[in-house]
Design a protein around this ligand. Structure first.
Ligand SMILES: [Zn+2]
Length: 90
């Protein structure tokens, strides 16, 4: 699995990094390789969760079913709501 492309955002360690933005991530389409944002997103699951990935700890997540913007293949989209920085390091 390849590393998802980083979106432009706040630099690490910026003064305003009190709260990380909610991150949306999705894999390239397995059929056509399209990396555009999937369309027709429909929420299939959400919940509070204390988990962690390479970008930090998150407290809530959403999983969306979506369609590839090019070929319409079904894709999954993952969204994470990260904890504020000070809590994440506590
Ligand atoms: Zn596709």
């Amino acid at each position: 699995m390849t590393e998802p492309k980083k979106k432009s955002g706040r630099p690490v360690g910026a003064k305003t990094a009190e709260r990380q933005p909610v991150e949306v991530r999705y894999d390239p389409c397995k059929r056509c390789g399209c990396t555009l944002k999937p369309i027709n997103s429909q929420l299939v699951h959400e919940g509070a969760a204390s988990g962690e990935n390479e970008n930090g700890k998150y407290s809530y997540f959403w999983i969306w079913a979506a369609d590839c913007a090019k070929c319409g293949r079904k894709l999954k989209v993952y969204q994470y709501d990260y904890l504020p920085q000070e809590q994440a390091t506590a």
